[in-house]
Write a protein that binds this ligand. Structure first.
Ligand code: KIV
Length: 271
């Protein structure tokens, strides 16, 4: 059975229902009004205003530079567009690691100023106090383990995480701890499929993967990668559904030709 067309609004309870009934959760990133509107109309379950905006919208090499104000701007644009999906917003680097009061204040700003439905943050035990404090204020929290891009300078590389037993065990412990703390779901990024399945089997809350295999409860991709707007990023887990880079480039080249040749505008395209 699918709730796809039957519900008016996706909530954290809908995601829990989906897990319990074996319906996979679809999630994509979005950062602006026009794209969010299309993705929501298509029936996406969750839109993540990811801090990957730092890469795909602002052109930074990492997710670290994006600010809380910039995340709120992106989130406001997305929230204005949607009617059905759940909107989750990333707490950006530097807006929650300091202490749990700072984490709570950043979360409250996102909920109040953007009208988001939930926040996501990266990490396990090290952010547990913040997770608990945010949830106790009534803000739903999505966890994020595995490859956590805000710690890229600690990892030193974007390769698959938790291949070794010790790191896999730590990840499992953190996943359970995030569930115990009250997270409503968890993102697992770039880990072995076997570990993704184990986490999903052991946890009651929905586990959404990006490069975490097929046996988790849902999938998330960065919208620019999935639509082929980005060209140079081709990890194994990415399926491209369009090649918009070439499509947009081709259309732009044609437009330039038409302007230069005075073909555009024609008789019917003017007053
Ligand atoms: O910021 C982002 O796009 C993310 C996804 C990769 C899950 O956190």
């Amino acid at each position: 059975m699918s709730v796809h067309n039957d519900i008016k609004r996706v909530t954290s309870h809908t995601l829990q229902w989906m897990k319990e009934n074996g319906e996979k959760i679809s999630m994509l990133t979005a950062y602006d009004y026009s794209m969010a509107r299309i993705l929501d109309d298509a029936g996406i379950d969750v839109l993540l205003v990811g801090d990957s905006a730092s890469n795909v919208m602002a052109g930074h090499e990492t997710t670290l530079p994006i600010t809380l104000d910039q995340m709120i701007y992106h989130a406001q644009s997305v929230v204005r567009a949607i009617h059905r999906c759940l909107v989750v917003v990333d707490l950006p680097f530097g807006s929650y690691q300091g202490n749990s009061k700072e984490a709570l204040n950043s979360s409250i700003r996102i909920m109040k100023e953007a009208g988001a439905h939930a926040i996501k943050l990266e990490g396990g035990v090290e952010v547990m106090e913040s997770v608990k404090r945010i949830i106790s204020a009534g803000v739903p929290v999505m966890g994020h383990l595995g490859l956590t891009p805000q710690s890229i300078y600690k990892f030193g590389t974007y390769t698959v995480r938790a291949k070794e037993e010790e790191e896999a065990e730590t990840l499992l412990k953190n996943a359970h701890a995030l569930q115990e703390a009250g997270c409503f779901s968890l993102v697992l990024e770039k880990i072995p499929a076997k570990l993704g399945k184990q986490v999903s089997d052991e946890l009651k809350i929905p586990v959404i993967g990006i490069g975490a295999g097929s046996q988790v409860d849902g999938q998330v991709l960065v919208m620019h990668d999935m639509l082929g707007i980005t060209k140079d990023f081709s990890p194994r887990f990415l399926r491209r559904y369009l090649n918009l880079y070439d499509e947009i480039k081709g259309a732009t080249e044609q437009y330039i030709k038409d302007v230069k040749s005075k073909d555009f505008p024609n008789e019917k395209e003017q007053y």
